[in-house]
Write a protein that binds this ligand. Structure first.
Ligand code: AGV
Ligand code: CA
Length: 311
């Protein structure tokens, strides 16, 4: 049995690779895709998504643009990455773009796609939750159609990955971009699996991984991984803006193969105001979330590399 997956992402290198990997999972039925301009610019991220589906998918899926806006914008340098992926020769070989743009904005596309899909759907979100929060505000009954939400976001460690003025550094970026949206989803009844920094910190993009993909680049999909990650080179001199982790790719791999990780349930709230905004905090009367806190690193890299070889 295939799982229905609806994928909302924000156009980072690891978001776009996640889309590529989903298209190669035998146990996944991708029912819809939408793009939110958080850690990307919308236009190149839309084009890159459609071209990835053209090149590696079998049609039948459209891509919806989000018109959501966040409270705390991502740095421009990071948002540029989608332009680089969109420009890859591999994605432009055919000279045309076939996968259609949906005629609705992302939050309405989520509602329609959930309703039109038989049975329940797992929501996979690798950017902020704004489109889901808006969808829930418009039609809270979509919860019945949601199997669970799998989200790359949050951390219960002291250190998050936001290093911005007027912030204390305790938040993870996907929560920080729109803390109210996360709080809105926390207020829903859906099951939430959180792929938090606890586990993503265990999968940094190290040189040995880059070398492995270089050595196996005769496979077009492995070459694609290497080319994409060459856009985020290893800058080891600053810990903040430098190391690229496989945040979203781990989240996506978890959807395809859940035994790669360990999960623990934590009751938590989302802080929406002040210097800690975007922080997820454990508290006894908070809502339960299933936190992925540990990963089998080698099995994870083997899994995604083997998936890429199917391309
Ligand atoms: O916080 C991780 C999220 C993931 O969804 N994103 C990147 C991943 O797509 C934001 C982010 C944190 N640090 C970054 C990020 C960095 N150094 N470069 C680009 N994006
Ligand atoms: Ca992302």
């Amino acid at each position: 049995m295939k799982k229905n997956i609806y994928f909302n992402h924000d156009g980072g290198v690891d978001d776009l690779i996640s889309l590529f990997l989903l298209l190669h999972m035998d146990n996944v039925e991708l029912t819809g895709v939408s793009v939110i301009p958080a850690d990307c610019y919308l236009e190149p991220a839309m084009f890159a998504s459609r071209k990835i589906i053209d090149r590696f998918g079998n049609g039948g899926v459209d891509v919806a643009p989000s018109n959501s806006r966040g409270k705390n914008p991502f740095p421009k340098d990071w948002r540029m990455h989608a332009f680089y992926v969109d420009a890859l020769p591999l994605l432009n070989e055919s000279g045309k773009v076939v996968t259609p743009v949906a005629d609705k904005p992302a939050h309405l596309h989520i509602i329609d796609t959930l309703r039109a899909t038989e049975g329940k759907t797992t929501l996979l979100f690798t950017g902020p939750l704004t489109d889901l929060a808006r969808a829930l505000d418009i039609d809270p009954t979509i919860e019945e159609k949601v199997e669970r939400l799998v989200w790359m976001g949050g951390t219960f460690r002291e250190a998050g990955n936001v290093h911005e003025p007027e912030h204390d550094g305790t938040a993870e970026w996907n929560v920080f971009w729109d803390p109210e949206a996360a709080a809105r989803v926390w207020a829903s009844g859906m099951e939430i699996d959180l792929v938090a920094l606890e586990s993503t910190n265990q999968v940094p993009l190290t040189l040995d991984v880059r070398e492995r993909w270089a050595a196996e680049r005769k496979h077009v999909g492995v070459d694609f991984l290497g080319q994409c990650y060459a856009m985020v080179p290893p800058l080891v001199h600053f810990s903040t803006n430098s190391t690229y982790y496989l945040w979203d790719v781990l989240t996506t791999a978890f959807v395809g193969k859940s035994d790669l990780v360990k999960v623990q349930t934590i009751n938590s709230i989302v802080i929406t105001e002040g210097a800690s905004q975007g922080r997820t905090v454990e508290t006894a009367d908070g809502r339960p979330v299933h936190v992925v806190y540990d990963v089998n690193r080698d099995a994870f890299f083997d899994y995604i590399t083997e998936l890429a070889k199917k391309a």
